[in-house]
Structures are given as structure tokens and as C-alpha cells.
Write a protein that binds this ligand. Structure first.
Ligand SMILES: Cc1ncc(COP(=O)(O)O)c(C=O)c1O
Length: 399
């Protein structure tokens, strides 16, 4: 079936965070929301049908993932990434972020440290600090418009100056990796993952790999699950997967956290007990339908997003050249380098929100190296994207 991603769908009065909170967050109802990561596209028809069928049952008690849901996950990992996983490795949670909190609780002690790579999805830090740990920043390097890993910096975090194993230096227990990376859009290659992973394993830490955006890839890019690299990697990591970003199901709360190492899985389960509820019953139905029958829709979505990206790149290049697009390899989030406008943080924010009336995310919320950047969600019909770009162009020309 042919899906129409150009169709404008009114999301007002649908309890949408993206649209409903516009006035509170951006100060005006007229702001076009292009912030939080969900899409303004209706979902794949097989998912709608599966949900409709399930609602007809009329009893919505506690969920127990059935074998068919578990198989949908194992099949998908095999089919999409050539990664063979065992059913017992999967832990279902209502989301990836709550699972990150549970992971920090499970694998650290208060006072330990956890590595993240700024600029990065900021809820990673709350997961760390809420558990009494410290965030260590292995900052990404921006080289000719391309973000890269600072491997030497990563290694040296484990050996702080002044004697390495100083009694006072916090022990680094884990790293939270974002792959594909929100907000800079990198899809880390097998080589990059291997180099990072070796450093983590050599230093006796655990990799917590958030791969929620793993199926949102632009042409020419391939996702490699961190754990799929080797058996050794498998034993030193946990991987967060979900259909929520790919299939626009974020409100249905169902993700699968894949933990091959039995001891790590037991610790994770102990840490989450009583805190993380079971996944949502409709979320499981949607997850299964998406993974089994969602590919026709997904193929068309990816084509459309590719078109949106090309449209946006051409628009900025021709009409707003002072803003440079960091070309994403994955996700539908575009990282805009606005430093060429020569504005301080507050003026840039006001330019986008008050003058252009486009609701973007300020770059500095992803870390201080994000200062001067803005993040734009392009998962919307092209007319909406065009409208936003026109507004930004006009505001930039007037300033
Ligand atoms: C990297 C990343 N992880 C996790 C999430 C949210 O995950 P969940 O809604 O499953 O908690 C997002 C949402 O934008 C994200 O970008």
C-alpha cells in the first residue's frame, strides 16, 4: 500500500506532548513544534489494525510478553542486523530511558563515574546523577563538519593524571553510548564501535548502548548493534532497542533491552524490580505488528525522510548559508551549526522561538559543546518543513 507522508494530520487535542506543550514551552501557540523526537506521520496500517483488534477485547490487565512478541524481536534482530539473540536475553521495559536509570542503578555505586559523549541526548545525565554518580564527558570532536570519537581522551578518562589509581578518583563503571547518535546524527561504524568497545572492556567497564534510532538510517548507512561485534562485546554490554522511534509509537511504552550476560541481566532485573512497570499491553501489540508487518511503511518513510533531508540541505545551502547543516547519517534529528550567525545563546534562542516561531531544541541542552547549535526534527510533511525553513530564512534576513 502507498502511504501519504505529505498528508497534514491535525494533532491538536490528541494529548501530544510535541504539539500540546507548544505554548508552555515556546511561549506562543503559533510556534511550529520541531523539537521532541516523534513524527507527525500516521503509523503503519498493520499496527493500527492490530491495536484496533486488541481494544475490542475490553480487558486490559497486566501484560505478559507472549512468545510471539519475543520471537518478533529475535527475528527482527536477525533479519535487520544479522544478530542472533536468545529469547531469554530480552527484558521488556516501558522505555529506554527508564532502562538507562535501572542500568546505572544496577552497575554502579554512588560516587562512581559514567562516561557519555557530548553533545548528547541529555536524559543520559539524569540517569547517572539520579543514582549518585558523576558524568565524565568524552567529548565528540567536530572535524570538517563531521563528528568523531576522541579515543585517546576516552582511554585517558580511565587513567586520570596524577597517578592513575588515585584513591579519590571516581571509578568509571560504564559508558552510555548513543548509536545512532542524537543529536549529531552519526551512525557509528563497526570500526569505531570496535575501537571504543576495546577501551571499555580493557578497563573493566560496561557499555550501555542506546540504539533506539537504529532503523532510522539515511542512504548508504548501516547499523551495527554494539553487542553483535563479538562474543566478548556481547558479554560486556546491554543494548536498548525499541520500535518507538522507527514506527512512531513513543506513547505506547514498550522497549526491549537485550542483555546477553546472565549476571548483568540478573543485576538489571533486580535493580528495576518494583520501579519499572511492565510494558504497556498495547505497546506489546504494536511492537509485534511493527516488527512483523511494518517494513512496507518503513521503506516509504525512509524515502520520505531522505527527501526531507535533501530539501533541507539545499534550502540552507542556497538561502540560509550562515547556518551549516551537520549532515546526519541516521535519526530524523538535524543538528544545525548556527555559530556563523555570531549570536549568543539567548539571541539565537529568541531568533528561532520568538522571531521565526519555530520550536527547535537549543543545542546547549545537549552539553556545552552544543552552544551555538539548534536541533531540528524533520519528521513532518514537507510543507511543514518548508514553512519552518521560510520562517527561519526571514528571521535571519531581518536580523
Ligand atoms: C537516544 C534516545 N534514547 C531514548 C529516547 C527515549 O526513549 P524512551 O521514550 O523509550 O524512554 C530518545 C528519545 O528521543 C532518544 O533520542
Amino acid at each position: 500500500m502507498k502511504y501519504d507522508f505529505d498528508r497534514l494530520v491535525d494533532r491538536s487535542n490528541t494529548d501530544s506532548s510535541k504539539w500540546g506543550a507548544v505554548e508552555t514551552i515556546f511561549g506562543s501557540r503559533d510556534v511550529l513544534p520541531m523539537w521532541v523526537a516523534d513524527m507527525d506521520f500516521p503509523i503503519a496500517q498493520p499496527i493500527t489494525e492490530a491495536l484496533r483488534k486488541r481494544t475490542e477485547h475490553e480487558i486490559y490487565g497486566y501484560a505478559q510478553p507472549p512468545p510471539s512478541v519475543i520471537e518478533a524481536v529475535t527475528d527482527r534482530m536477525k533479519r535487520k542486523f544479522g544478530w542472533t539473540i536468545k529469547p531469554e536475553w530480552i527484558v521488556f521495559t516501558p522505555g529506554v530511558v527508564p532502562a538507562l536509570h535501572a542500568a546505572v542503578k544496577a552497575f554502579t555505586h554512588p560516587g562512581d563515574a559514567v562516561i557519555t559523549q557530548e553533545p548528547v541526548y541529555h536524559p543520559f545525565w539524569s540517569a547517572v546523577t539520579a543514582n549518585g554518580c558523576l558524568v565524565v564527558n568524552n567529548q565528540l570532536k567536530l572535524i570538517n563538519g563531521h563528528y568523531e570519537i576522541d579515543y585517546d581522551g576516552l582511554e585517558s578518562e580511565f587513567h586520570p593524571k596524577g597517578g592513575g589509581m588515585m584513591a579519590s578518583a571516581p571509578r568509571i563503571r560504564m559508558m552510555i553510548l548513543c548509536n545512532p547518535h542524537n543529536p549529531v546524527g552519526r551512525v557509528w561504524s563497526k570500526e569505531e564501535l570496535t575501537r571504543m568497545g576495546k577501551i571499555i572492556i580493557r578497563n573493566d567497564a560496561i557499555m550501555v548502548s542506546d540504539e533506539i534510532h537504529c532503523e532510522l538510517l539515511f542512504k548508504g548507512f548501516k547499523h551495527v548493534p554494539f553487542a553483535s561485534i563479538s562474543e566478548e562485546f556481547e558479554q560486556h554490554c546491554i543494548v536498548g532497542m525499541a520500535p518507538s522511534k522507527t514506527f512512531n509509537l513513543a506513547g505506547l511504552s514498550a522497549s526491549s533491552i537485550i542483555i546477553p550476560n546472565t549476571k548483568l541481566r540478573d543485576r538489571f532485573n533486580a535493580a528495576r524490580a518494583g520501579i519499572l512497570p511492565r510494558p504497556n499491553i498495547f505497546g506489546l501489540v504494536a511492537l509485534e505488528a511493527a516488527y512483523r508487518y511494518g517494513d512496507e511503511w518503513l521503506g516509504q518513510l525512509l524515502e520520505y525522510l531522505q527527501g526531507n533531508l535533501e530539501f533541507l540541505m539545499a534550502y540552507f545551502g542556497e538561502k540560509i548559508p550562515k547556518i551549516k547543516v551537520i549532515k546526519p547519517e541516521g535519526t530524523y534529528l538535524v543538528w544545525l551549526d548556527c555559530r556563523g550567525l555570531g549570536m549568543d545563546e539567548m539571541s539565537l534562542r529568541s531568533l528561532m522561538r520568538e522571531k521565526a516561531k519555530v520550536g527547535l531544541e537549543d543545542g546547549h541542552i545537549f552539553g556545552s559543546s552544543g552552544s551555538g547549535f539548534q536541533r531540528m526534527n524533520i519528521a513532518c510533511p514537507r510543507v511543514t518543513l518548508e514553512q519552518a525553513l521560510k520562517r527561519i530564512e526571514q528571521a535571519v534576513n531581518e536580523c
